[in-house]
Design a protein around this ligand. Structure first.
Ligand SMILES: *Cc1c(COP(=O)(O)O)cnc(C)c1O
Length: 356
């Protein structure tokens, strides 16, 4: 059995749109795509009169190298949000199939399912916010085509061990595709699930340049999966998903110099996270700070509403997490620069030493 047997038959049978850029390579005079023959008005940007390469070879090669996969195992889209949407659309038939999630977790999985008309089954995290793998597998129904796990999990920050991911992928073989969202894996002292791709055709890994590589505004996300899954999703991907400026920004951010700078910043954020967790834990109004392998902390307060308002009036915006199941009284706080973190602690009345 191929993992494609889990996909929607009409998508497998679809003849995708064939763009001018895909049909013709090489040449000197381009009269094939109804583009303007002139560059746009001054300063708008060199080369912008032409449609961009749908999956630019240089970027694909660079990202394949960065993530340790072959080029055919990789799809570049508009953030990993787009990959989530494509997966749900390709694998879930409306009013028939379902996804499975472990809340509290990232909200986009159930939004993508709702848009597609797919049901959302839930297997809540345990009281300690770990994934209940045995219960999840035991409760799986045939309607479930995609199982989403987020590690480190947004908004709790917990990590799912690689051995558990491998165990899930094995148990789900022939039944569902396991999607591992690693938007924050660079901040964790743990290996990526990309190393499991070779043994598990029903595994897909989401990566993004939005967080660790500081490119949230460029919208570049990556799906790592079996070549047949990548080929399937390319059929429903927009013809030209990546704007030229985003391609250039992604190449710069993943250049040798870019990676070196990102590495230094990741190390600093991890250190700041651990300092911040310690100092927040000393505050009398804090009930608990969940252990986090990401670049944020989930903090439970005596009065989350009052703390939110106190920070807001000092100009500091954090994320209200109180609406998530199991996170009553919690706010999610991103780790900022050392100066920003110090300011946060000062406003909250911390009397600790400099966070630097
Ligand atoms: C931020 C985030 C994403 C979205 O990343 P983009 O690549 O910017 O779309 C995906 N998953 C999780 C868990 C996130 O927190």
């Amino acid at each position: 059995m191929s993992v494609l047997d889990l996909a929607r038959p009409e998508i497998r049978a679809l003849t995708p749109y064939s763009s001018a850029r895909l049909e013709a390579s090489g040449g000197e005079i381009f009269l094939n795509a109804n583009e303007s023959p002139w560059a746009p008005a001054a300063d708008a940007g060199e080369g912008l009169n032409r449609y961009p390469d749908p999956q630019p070879a240089a970027l694909r090669e660079r990202l394949a190298q960065l993530y340790g996969v072959a080029g055919e195992q990789l799809l570049i889209g508009r953030g990993s949000d787009e990959a989530i949407d494509l997966l749900v659309r390709a694998f879930c038939r409306a009013q028939a199939d379902a996804i499975l999630i472990s809340p509290p977790t990232f909200g986009m999985y159930s939004v993508a399912a709702a848009i597609q008309g797919a049901a959302v089954q839930v297997c809540p995290l345990r009281a300690d916010f770990s994934v209940d793998v045995d219960r999840l597998l035991a409760g799986l129904t045939p309607a479930v085509k995609l199982v989403f796990v987020c590690t480190p999990n947004n908004p709790t920050g917990g990590l799912l061990p690689l051995a558990e991911i491998a165990r899930m992928a094995t148990a789900l073989r022939g039944r569902a595709l396991l999607v591992v969202d690693e938007a924050y894996i660079e901040f964790a002292a743990a290996p990526s699930a990309q190393t499991l791709l070779a043994q598990h055709e029903n595994l897909a890994v989401l990566r993004t340049l939005s967080k660790a590589y500081a490119l949230a505004g460029a919208r570049v996300g990556v799906l790592l999966a079996a070549p047949c899954v990548i080929e399937l999703l390319r059929r429903i991907l927009a013809p030209y998903p990546l704007p030229l400026g985003s391609i250039d920004a992604a190449l710069a951010a993943t250049s040798d110099a870019g990676l070196e700078q990102a590495g230094g910043r990741i190390a600093m954020l991890r250190k700041q996270r651990d300092l911040l967790r310690h100092e927040l834990g000393l505050l009398p109004q804090v009930r608990e700070v969940l252990p986090s392998a990401a670049n944020f902390l989930c903090v439970r307060w005596d009065d989350a509403g009052a703390t939110y308002a106190q920070l807001r009036s000092a100009g500091i915006v954090v994320r209200d997490a109180t609406r998530y199941p199991g996170l009553a009284g919690c706010l999610r706080i991103s780790v900022g620069t050392p100066a920003e973190n110090r300011r946060l602690l000062d406003v909250l009345g911390a009397c600790g030493k400099d966070a630097e």
